[in-house]
Ligand binder design. Structure first.
Ligand code: NAD
Ligand code: TYD
Length: 354
């Protein structure tokens, strides 16, 4: 048995593949375009492991995807591939439309043709799991109830609009063609291998470099934070026993505003790597707000707990401590990512073979 993971060289996909192979031992084919966010270094520990195959390519390349499905005959596709950074989507939405919407539709079409060709029992066992975000639901006011799976979609950024569109297409492929799909909508992840453009790794990186810690507006925007390995275990549970055509919200029950998150990171750095110039919190700088910045996201994760018995293993306190330690212990990884050295590595290893 094999699964295909798309976008597995990114933050969550890489954590998912590492955890998957450890937890199940089942082979994985990773299809990743290696955009700026894709870093094969994240999976260096799997070099030489015959349970892991890397293929550089685009989910929008129908011929390539069909060929991979025929060759590897996976029992499931887990779709992480996406443009994922809200700020980038504000400055350039085109790639978000292309990968998140058009790319996902191409993947669905190829998956459908493959699934329809499968004999039993493979046909009934096949799954297409689409990894999505809580941002499709839009923004909550402070007193509002957290998002349930039936909350109306109201995306506000080009990123969340493109993910919402992809979720709708996944749903449509199930209702129209019967494709056995599952969708997960998760809150903000943090943990190892996150590209330092997102809040938590950016703050750790800037603090250690003595640079300002940029907080948009008043720092009161609220997110629900989930340690990445908890997201990975939730996806494994949904893949195993999720009901076809259903969506599952995944969250950590950890609502915090951005100032609280940044202060927690500073306190941990003060403890683990004190700076003689004083607390890292001295570097906090309130900067201009993000355009259309959603005020609050919060996840009601009771459905996945009730139906599949999933609960996060980490609290924010335990997860953020592990995360800060990981970045301190992997300064070489951060250095290669922030200097762009990993791009040269990709060029040497993959472009030459293309
Ligand atoms: P990421 O940006 O770190 O990684 C995305 C990966 O997809 C990269 O390896 C990139 O090279 C690859 N990719 C991009 N375009 C591609 C294409 N056309 N074909 C093949 N590969 C392509 O993103 P992430 O944070 O790991 O997020 C993964 C998924 O989880 C995304 O779908 C995102 O919407 C979703 N999600 C993320 C979060 C979060 O907090 N990061 C929360 C909920 C859901
Ligand atoms: P981010 O990590 O980009 O995730 P998302 O926008 O998908 O939630 O941002 C998390 C929160 O942190 C969000 O409210 C925006 C805020 N933020 C800052 O205040 N400063 C920053 O430099 C960044 C990148 C984000």
């Amino acid at each position: 048995m094999t699964i295909i993971v798309t976008g597995g060289a990114g933050f969550i996909g890489a954590n998912f593949i590492l955890d998957w192979i450890e937890a199940t031992g089942e082979p994985v084919v990773n299809l990743d375009k290696l955009t700026y966010a894709g870093n094969p270094d994240n999976l260096a520990s799997l070099a030489g492991d015959d349970r892991y195959t890397f293929v550089q390519g685009d989910i929008g390349d129908s011929a390539l995807v069909s060929n991979l499905l025929e060759r590897h005959r996976p029992r499931a596709i887990v779709n992480f591939a996406a443009e994922s950074h809200v700020d980038r989507s504000i400055h350039g939405p085109d790639d978000f439309i292309q990968t998140n919407v058009v790319g996902t539709c191409n993947l669905l079409a190829a998956a459908r043709a493959y699934w329809e060709s499968l004999p039993e029992p493979e046909h009934s066992a096949f799954r297409f799991l689409h990894v999505s975000t809580d941002e499709v639901y839009g923004s909550l006011e402070m007193g509002d109830d957290p998002f349930t799976e039936t909350h109306p979609f109201a995306p506000n950024s080009p990123y969340s609009a493109s993910k919402a569109a992809s979720d709708h297409f996944v749903r449509a492929w199930h209702h129209t063609y019967g494709l056995p799909v599952l969708t997960t909508n998760c809150s903000n992840n943090y943990g190892p291998y996150q590209f330092p453009e997102k809040l938590i790794p950016l703050i750790i990186h800037n603090a250690l470099a003595g640079k300002p810690l940029p907080i948009y507006a008043d720092g009161q925007n609220v997110r629900d934070w989930l340690y990445v390995s908890d997201h990975c275990s939730a996806i494994r549970r949904v893949l195993e026993d999720g009901r076809l055509g259903e969506t599952y919200n995944i969250g950590g029950w950890n609502e915090l505003n951005n100032l609280e998150v940044v202060n927690t990171v500073c306190q941990l750095l003060d403890e683990l790597q004190p700076d003689s110039a004083g607390s890292y919190s001295r570097l906090i700088a309130f900067v201009e707000d993000r355009a259309g910045h959603d005020r609050r996201y919060a996840i009601d994760a009771r459905k996945i707990e009730r139906e599949l018995g999933w609960k996060p293993a980490e609290s924010f306190e335990t997860g953020i401590r592990k995360t800060v330690r990981w970045y301190l212990d992997h300064a070489d990884w951060v250095g290669r990512v922030t200097s762009g050295e990993y791009r040269q590595w990709i060029d040497r290893h993959y472009r030459a073979e293309a």
